[in-house]
Design a protein around this ligand. Sequence first.
Ligand SMILES: Nc1ncnc2c1ncn2[C@@H]1O[C@H](COP(=O)(O)OP(=O)(O)O)[C@@H](O)[C@H]1O
Ligand SMILES: [Mg+2]
Length: 102
Amino acid sequence: MADDPNQMPGRILLGKSDKPEYLTLSKGNRHGLITGATGTGKTVTLQLLAEGFAKAGTAVFAADIKGDLSGIAMPGDSKPAFVKRAADLGSAYVAEDFNTVI
Ligand SMILES: Nc1ncnc2c1ncn2[C@@H]1O[C@H](COP(=O)(O)OP(=O)(O)O)[C@@H](O)[C@H]1O
Ligand SMILES: [Mg+2]
């Protein structure tokens, strides 16, 4: 959507706390650490980063030992929970695939 605030160029929407949380692409060359207990969203955050950089035209190399990120090679399902989550973030849910070499 052209007026979708979550699809604005120059940043990647990572999720939402009490407000949307973005990574500004111009800060994407800094070091980062994603940490948390099981089920807190580490893998999904990595997927969002890989997809966001790919959309911005940046090749992504990931040492994906367990295959956690491989799902980005196929479009996802439009499950009701995904559609609702996107709506909560002010976006339309769009299932996309990304060019992937494994
Ligand atoms: N940004 C997000 N927005 C909504 N739900 C999320 C988000 N990140 C993760 N989740 C939910 O949490 C679940 C666990 O996330 P996951 O990334 O697999 O956790 P981890 O890798 O930290 O164990 C996902 O299957 C999804 O249902
Ligand atoms: Mg994980």
